[in-house]
Design a protein around this ligand. Structure first.
Ligand code: GAL
Length: 687
C-alpha cells in the first residue's frame, strides 16, 4: 500500500506567487493589502532568490526577505517559502563550471535561462545544501511560514543530463545495480553492434551518435538514473528542511515533469504535492497547431488526475491567471471572462484544496514579461483581480469540500517503466500515446470519471480494489510482481482490460521469447499469434462484437484462446486476419480479464465502459452535454457534484434530483443553463 500524504489542508483557500526581489519595497505594503482584500491569504516566495541570499560565495544576507516577512506578519498573512536552488548564481557557475548541465555533445549550458545545473555534481550538492540550511535556519521559525517548496519544477525546461558529473554518477548507479560488467552487458544486450564493455570507464551517459541512435536498454536505465538523481537532490533538501521546520509546516515541491518518478519523490521527500496548472497552454499558437487541440484546456483534467494519483489532496502552487508568454514563445490569448474561475474550479474538482495564482503582477522585465499575472504592468485593479475576488467568494462557499475524495470506478493504469520505454520506443509510443489520450477523452465525453493508478513496487490488490474496472492499455514491460497483483485484483472481483502488445518486454526493455501477453498469459488464457501495426495504406480494421462493428485502433494483435475459461467475445472483421479473435474474456476468480488485441479509441472505450457496467455513473443525477465535465467529490456522507462548462456557448443541463447550489444556497432541480465557462457546485446527500 502507498504511504498516505502527511499533510492536508482543512479548508480550501487561495494564494499567490510573489517576487519581492522584483519590485521596489515601496510597493510591498499595498500589494499585500490588496491581496488580502481580494481573498488571497498565502504568498509563495524565494524559489529563485539564491543570489539575494548569497550574493558572494559564503556571504549570506537575509535582510530583504526579513523585511518582507515582517510586513506579511503585520497583515496576518501566510508564506510558503521556496528553497532558492532553481537558479545557481553567476559567481557559482563561473567558479565551478562542473555544476553545469550540457548538451549531449558536451557544450555547457550557460546563464540566461534557468535550471542550467546538473543534479550530480558534488560541488552543487555541497553549495545547494549550504544555502538551503542557511535559509531554513534563518526563516523556519517565522510564524507566517506554513510550508516549504523545494527548488522549482524539478526537471522542467530540461530533463536530460549529459555532464561529466552525470557520467561519473551514472557509473556508480550502474555498478550498484548490476555489480559486474557481465551483468550490465547482458542487460543492455551489448553483443548487438559491438558495444561490449570491458572496463567501467568505457560506460557513459548517452553521447552523440549517428542519427542520435542509442542503445534502447541503456536509455531505459539512463532515464531511471535521471529520476533517481532528481529525487536524491530533492531528498538532500528535504532532509535539511526537516531539521528546522516548525511542527505542522509542510514540505512540498511543484511538479510534474518527465523522466521523474514523481510518486517516489513525493513518498520519500514530501508531505504534500503541488502542481502548476496552465490550461491556457492549449491555446498557444506555436505549441498547439490546429490539429492538436483535443479537448483544449480540458485536457488539463488528465494532468490533474495524474497529480491526484501522486497525492489525493494536492495543492496548485501556480494556477493560470493571465495570458501565457515568454518573449520567445508560448503566445496565447488572455483568459476570457470566467476562464480563471473555470480553471481554478477544474483544479478543485480534481482534488486541489489550495490554489495559488501565478503571479501577482506581470514582470516588467526579463524573459517572462508576457507571462501575465493577475495585475498588469500598470498595477491598477482590473478584470482579473475582480475575478480572483469572485473565486474567493466561491471558495468560501465550498471551503468544506477540502479533503473530499474524487469518486471514480475506472482506473487508467500506468507505470514508470512503460512510460520511460514508450518515450524512446516508437512502436510502444504509437500505441501508448494514442490509447491513453483516447481513454481520457472517452471518459470525459461519456461523463465517466477516471483516476490514474500507478503500478509501483508497493502497489497491492487492496489498493486497486476500489476500482470496478482497471484499464492497463499497453504494458509492454511486465514484471512477475505486477502480474501477481493484477491477478489478485481480478480474483477478488475486479475487471482488468488489457490491449495490444501487453507483455512484450522484460524490465531491461528486451523482447521476451514468448507469445504475448507473456507473464500474464496463465491468467488471461490467451495468446497473440501474430501482430501488425495499421499502415498508411491499410484500411481501418474493426471487430464484430455482438453484431456491432467496433474500432480496433492503430495496432492489431491477432489472438487465440489458450485455456478452457477463455471465451472469444469479438472477431476481426477485416484484413487478412478476418475471423480471428480480437477480444477474449476470461473469468478469473470472482472477476474477469478482457484481452483486447487492438488499441483504444474514444468510440471503443465507450463500448468497453458500457459492457463492464460503469458507463455514466451519474446518469440518474444529472444529464449534461459533452461540452461539460462532471465529477463528484465525497466526504462525510455528503456528495459534491461539479459541473463545468468548458465551451464558449451556453449549455443546458438537467438535474434529475434536488440539490443545493452552493453559491446561492438555493435548492435546484430540473433544467439549468450554464453560461460560457460557467461552473456549478451542488451538494446532495448520500442515499
Ligand atoms: C512555471 C514556473 C514559473 C514561471 C511560469 C510561467 O513553469 O514555475 O516560475 O516560469 O511557469 O512561465
Amino acid at each position: 500500500m502507498r504511504k498516505k500524504q502527511n499533510f492536508k489542508w482543512d479548508k480550501i483557500s487561495l494564494g499567490v506567487c510573489y517576487y519581492p526581489e522584483h519590485w521596489d519595497k515601496g510597493l510591498w505594503p499595498d500589494d499585500l493589502k490588496r491581496m488580502k482584500e481580494n481573498g488571497i491569504g498565502t504568498v509563495r516566495v524565494a524559489e529563485f532568490a539564491w543570489s539575494i541570499f548569497e550574493p558572494e560565495e559564503g556571504v549570506f544576507s537575509f535582510a530583504l526577505f526579513d523585511a518582507f516577512l515582517d510586513l506579511v506578519e503585520q497583515e496576518d498573512m501566510k508564506v510558503i517559502f521556496g528553497t532558492p536552488t532553481a537558479i545557481p548564481p553567476v559567481w557559482l557557475t563561473e567558479k565551478y563550471p562542473e555544476v553545469l548541465n550540457c548538451r549531449k555533445d558536451g557544450v555547457l549550458f550557460r546563464h540566461g535561462m534557468r535550471r542550467h545545473f546538473n543534479y550530480n555534481s558534488k560541488t552543487l550538492h555541497r553549495l545547494a545544501a549550504r544555502v538551503v540550511r542557511q535559509v531554513a535556519e534563518h526563516y523556519a521559525k517565522r510564524p507566517c511560514i506554513v510550508g516549504w517548496q523545494i527548488d522549482n519544477e524539478l526537471n522542467c525546461e530540461i530533463n536530460e543530463y549529459y555532464s561529466e558529473s552525470d557520467t561519473l554518477a551514472f557509473r556508480e548507479y550502474l555498478q550498484e545495480k548490476y555489480g559486474t560488467l557481465d551483468a550490465l552487458n547482458e542487460a543492455w544486450g551489448t553483443v548487438f553492434w559491438n558495444q561490449i564493455y570491458s572496463d567501467w570507464n568505457q560506460v557513459f551517459v548517452p553521447r552523440t551518435t549517428i542519427n542520435d541512435m542509442t542503445n534502447p536498454h541503456q536509455m531505459l536505465d539512463f532515464t531511471r538514473f535521471i529520476s533517481e538523481s532528481a529525487i536524491r537532490f530533492c531528498k538532500m533538501q528535504s532532509d535539511i528542511l526537516r531539521e528546522y521546520v516548525k511542527d505542522g509546516d509542510f514540505i512540498t515541491t511543484n511538479g510534474m515533469f518527465g523522466n521523474l518518478d514523481n510518486h517516489k519523490m513525493a513518498d520519500t521527500c514530501l508531505d504534500v504535492y503541488t502542481y502548476d496548472s496552465y490550461p491556457n497552454f492549449a491555446y498557444c499558437m506555436k505549441e498547439n497547431p490546429k490539429n492538436n487541440r483535443t479537448l483544449n484546456d480540458r485536457k488539463w483534467s488528465k494532468h490533474l488526475a495524474e497529480v491526484r494519483s501522486i497525492c489525493p489532496h494536492f495543492g496548485i502552487m501556480e494556477q493560470q491567471s493571465g495570458a501565457n508568454g515568454w518573449n520567445t514563445h508560448a503566445d496565447a490569448p488572455a483568459p476570457k471572462p470566467g476562464q480563471m474561475m473555470l480553471w481554478a474550479m477544474q483544479s478543485i474538482m480534481h482534488g486541489a484544496d489550495y490554489v495559488s495564482f501565478f503571479r501577482w503582477r506581470t514582470a516588467t522585465k526579463g524573459t517572462e514579461m508576457y507571462w501575465h499575472g493577475i495585475l498588469d504592468y500598470d498595477n491598477g485593479d482590473n478584470r482579473k483581480l475582480r475575478e480572483v475576488k469572485k473565486i474567493h467568494e466561491r471558495v468560501q462557499a465550498i471551503a468544506d469540500i477540502a479533503g473530499a475524495e474524487y469518486v471514480a470506478d475506472l482506473g487508467l493504469v500506468r507505470d514508470y517503466d512503460n512510460i520511460f520505454d514508450a518515450q524512446q520506443d516508437v512502436w510502444h509510443r504509437r500505441v501508448a500515446d494514442n490509447s491513453e489520450m483516447e481513454i481520457f477523452v472517452a471518459s470525459q465525453l461519456q461523463h465517466t470519471p477516471m483516476d490514474t493508478v500507478y503500478m509501483r513496487e508497493e502497489t497491492d490488490a487492496e489498493e486497486l480494489k476500489k476500482y470496478k474496472v482497471l484499464l492497463y492499455p499497453h504494458a509492454e514491460i511486465l514484471t512477475e510482481k505486477a502480474c501477481h497483483v493484477l491477478e489478485a485484483y481480478v480474483r477478488q472481483g475486479g475487471c482488468l482490460i488489457i490491449g495490444a502488445r501487453t507483455g512484450q518486454k522484460d524490465r531491461n526493455g528486451q523482447c521476451v521469447m514468448k507469445q504475448m501477453p507473456g507473464l500474464l498469459s496463465p491468467a488471461t488464457q490467451s495468446a497473440v499469434t501474430e501482430f501488425t501495426l495499421i499502415g498508411p495504406d491499410d484500411d481501418a480494421v474493426a471487430m464484430n462484437w455482438n453484431g456491432k462493428e467496433v474500432e480496433t485502433g492503430v495496432f492489431n494483435d491477432i489472438l487465440a484462446t489458450a485455456g478452457t475459461d477463455a471465451k472469444v467475445l469479438a472477431e476481426y472483421s477485416g484484413s487478412y486476419y478476418k475471423g480471428c479473435p480480437a477480444l477474449i474474456e476470461t473469468k478469473v476468480g470472482d472477476g474477469k480479464i478482457l484481452h483486447f488485441g487492438g488499441t483504444f479509441t474514444r468510440n471503443n472505450v465507450r463500448d468497453f465502459l458500457d459492457y463492464t457496467g460503469i458507463l455514466e455513473p451519474f446518469a440518474g443525477v444529472v444529464h449534461a452535454p459533452e461540452e461539460c465535465e462532471i465529477a463528484l467529490r465525497e466526504k462525510d456522507n455528503k456528495k459534491y457534484l461539479f459541473v463545468l462548462n468548458f465551451s464558449k456557448n451556453d449549455q443546458g443541463v438537467e438535474l434529475c434530483c434536488e440539490m443545493t447550489d452552493l453559491d446561492s444556497g438555493k435548492i435546484e432541480k430540473g433544467a439549468v443553463t450554464l453560461a460560457p465557462y460557467e461552473t456549478k457546485v451542488y451538494r446532495f446527500k448520500s442515499e
